[in-house]
Unconditional design. Structure first.
Length: 368
């Protein structure tokens, strides 16, 4: 039993070190430093291992968001040096009862509505009207792509001098939207220019619903919005502002049909509620890492079976890191560095990779 506890603490320490190196490095200096220091703090890792159940409740992102949610020290900037970390550590241990309560009652449910910028080009190509069904929907902000405004900016061609200003990006979407999502667009040589062009229209959506283990309602519950903002990494205030503006954009929209439960178990029943004359589109973004590998494959098989059995068929759009979809070939892009590609998500339509995208919808790179 003691051996198991020690191994759990060591595994948790390694998890924080991996988070620091593979996820936070180059993206969030505060989380990079803080996670690295926690990973080298055996006593704190023993506390975490003893207090939190194995699995998703031991996610570094969840603990860091919980401390920020409670207005812990250095909530925005994170530690800077040993003294600052000692203060963060002392506060976290002293308030551990409250921190643990947040961790146990909440989950990592980052809802990034700017991901609609990567989804919209595919949705606009599909025969409508559409019925959107999002699994792992969190607050459901990605179910309202027509409520936002978009600016698609072409990537500069290789060798273009920095002094050459890019052409002004045209905008499309809701003209009175309080938020505009900007997205850089590039493509490989084998991808036709018309296939990589920004969408010319917004899709017609007649039904929308979602599934989540703990769905949030930031429109009706200010605490839900606070939690979503706590999950936004420090150093990116524009993301938090964008999130709040997106909530304002959907405030007057009819509420989607959000179901609480497991995505595999609830998917068939929710899909059965969709109007027969609508094209079903099942979609998800950065959800599969939270599922065990066997559950991921079961979900993929279920989506394929569900769409095949539906009169008129339907479509499956996924935006996930290639490591969680090993049954698909990982796309490559010559114009992107290998290190840059490794951090991107794969956008796939009907299980076929079509693009590499930024995790927050900030870029699309169409691939052959």
């Amino acid at each position: 039993m003691v051996v198991d506890f020690v191994n759990n603490a060591r595994a948790l320490a390694a998890r924080y070190q991996d988070f620091s190196w593979w996820e936070a490095r180059g993206r969030c200096a505060a989380h990079e430093e803080l996670a690295a220091r926690i990973g080298q703090d055996p006593e704190l890792c023993e506390l975490l291992a003893a207090s939190l159940p194995l699995g998703n409740k031991q996610q570094p992102n969840l603990l860091l968001a919980a401390v920020r949610h409670l207005d812990g020290p250095h909530a925005e900037q994170g530690p800077r040096g040993e003294l600052a970390y000692s203060r963060w550590r002392e506060w976290t241990i002293r308030h551990w009862h409250e921190v643990r309560a947040v961790v146990m009652s909440r989950s990592t449910q980052t809802d990034e509505p700017a991901r609609c910028a990567a989804l919209l080009p595919l949705l606009a190509r599909l025969r409508g009207p559409l019925a959107l069904l999002e699994v792992g929907t969190s607050a459901g902000l990605c179910l309202h792509p027509e409520r936002y405004r978009y600016a698609y900016e072409p990537d500069a061609a290789p060798g273009t001098p920095e002094s050459v200003a890019p052409p002004e990006a045209p905008t499309l979407g809701a003209p009175d939207s309080p938020v505009t999502f900007r997205c850089r667009v590039g493509r490989e040589a084998l991808v036709a220019e018309e296939d990589a062009a920004p969408p010319a229209r917004l899709p017609e959506i007649v039904w929308r619903g979602g599934i989540d283990l703990a769905p949030l309602d930031p429109v009706g519950d200010p605490e839900a919005l606070r939690w979503l903002r706590s999950l936004v990494w420090p150093g990116t205030p524009e993301r938090a502002e964008r999130l709040t503006a997106a909530v304002d954009a959907v405030r007057t929209a009819p509420r989607p049909e959000i179901v609480r439960g497991d995505l595999v178990e609830e998917l068939p029943a929710l899909a059965a509620r969709i109007p027969e004359d609508a094209t079903l589109v099942v979609f998800h973004t950065a959800v599969l890492p939270y599922l065990p590998p066997a559950h991921r494959e079961r979900f993929a098989a279920q989506v394929s079976t569900l769409l095949a059995a539906r009169p008129g068929g339907g479509h499956w759009i996924s935006q996930e890191h290639h490591s969680v979809t090993p049954w698909r070939p990982a796309p490559t892009a010559d114009r992107l560095t290998p290190a840059g590609q490794e951090r991107l998500l794969t956008l796939a339509l009907d299980d076929r990779p079509v693009a590499l995208t930024g995790a927050h919808g900030q870029s699309i790179h169409w691939v052959a």
